[in-house]
Design a protein around this ligand. Structure first.
Ligand code: PHE
Length: 345
């Protein structure tokens, strides 16, 4: 075989081999095989040695042209492979726009939040203002100014988390009464609703929690009366537990109200006949209330010969438990989604 035949043979073989290569890796191998330092053209160079000198330039040129052609084959094949890779990727990543989308779970308001907002709406409709106070309170606001001096036996009713001798986690929302009266300086009438967290040193069980929620109401004016308190609470009973509820006031004791009452609502479950929710009595106890004790008005700067007030304190978990038949207060705080998601608004 002479040199030009040899070159022609290499070229044809390269064309055929390269055209069936499918991967970059094989293509690089082929490039080394034909064009590299130890490639096939080295053999051709050996043949060139024996050629007459005048023919050498011609064959040198031919060799270079052949190399260029093979390089072209390789580059063409590289393009084909690259395009095939892209095509494959596109096929793999096709998006089917007709597939249904993924649904994301939407959170919803916690039952406690729902009930607080429901009660707030109701009272705002009756002209109340929403007020809040701090959860870390002074002993003075939480107890002393509410007619509960140190060593008062009624302090035992609210076992307290003390932070220092004079600061504590508030045991009820009643200190917001004190704060508001002090703020108004004994001069203006007051009509407020104060929702918030409170804390007591109770052992947690089905009906006790060391943290729970209360909603406090306070009305102070020159004509405020027990009748007004009763009407207000009846309105709330009907809104929260359905029309046709009755309420019943039973004498009770709180140091900050006089007289004090415990308020029962006729059972919404059995309509007063007696069932397991009302423990057969036909009534459910939902809150404490009363006329603001004169000592409390005076301690916060209100003239008790001119002003009177009424106040009430609702236990929100208890209300929710009665309304929805929930039998364990810890359900409100363990964040079990199976529980929480039952109360859709
Ligand atoms: N603060 C009382 C308690 O937590 C409830 C209450 C509030 C009673 C207002 C009467 C008036 O037990």
């Amino acid at each position: 075989m002479n040199v030009s035949e040899k070159l022609e043979a290499i070229k044809n073989e390269a064309k055929e081999r390269i055209s069936i290569i499918k991967s970059m890796h094989e293509l690089n191998d082929a490039k080394a095989k034909y064009l590299g330092k130890k490639g096939m053209f080295n053999d051709v160079m050996k043949l060139m040695k024996d050629l007459p000198n005048e023919e050498k330039p011609m064959f040198g040129k031919l060799t270079n042209e052949t190399k260029q052609i093979i390089l072209k084959y390789i580059e063409e094949q590289r393009n084909l492979i690259e395009q095939a890779i892209i095509q494959e990727q596109l096929n793999k990543e096709t998006i089917d726009v007709t597939l249904p989308g993924k649904k994301f779970l939407l959170g919803k308001k916690h039952l406690m939040t729902q009930i607080v907002e429901e009660i707030e709406d109701l009272f705002v409709g009756m002209g109340y203002q929403i007020m809040e106070g701090p959860e870390i309170e002074t002993d003075e606001n939480n107890f002393e100014k509410l007619n509960l001096p140190k060593d008062h036996p009624a302090r035992d009713m609210q076992d307290t988390f003390y932070i220092t001798n004079d600061t504590l986690l508030r045991t009820h929302t009643s200190p917001v009464q004190v704060r508001t009266m002090l703020e108004k300086g004994g001069k203006e009438p007051i009509k407020i609703l104060c929702p918030g967290k409170v804390y007591r040193r109770d052992d947690d069980d089905a009906t006790h929690s060391h943290q729970f929620m209360q909603i406090e109401g306070l009305v102070v004016d020159e004509t405020t009366s027990m009748a007004e308190l009763k009407g207000t609470l009846l309105e709330m009973a009907n809104k929260m537990f359905g029309e046709g509820r009755k309420i019943r006031l039973r004498p009770s004791y709180f140091p900050f109200t006089e007289p004090s009452v415990e308020v029962d609502i006729s059972c919404h479950n059995c309509n007063g006949k007696g069932c397991n929710i009302c423990k057969g009595t036909g009534w459910i106890e939902v809150l404490g209330a009363g006329m603001v004790n004169n000592n409390v008005l005076e301690a916060s700067g209100y003239d008790s010969t001119k002003y009177r007030g009424f106040a009430f304190g609702i236990g929100v978990e208890r209300l929710a438990m009665l309304k929805y038949g929930i039998n364990d207060i810890r359900q409100f705080y363990t964040n079990d989604i199976r529980f929480n998601s039952q109360f859709k608004k």
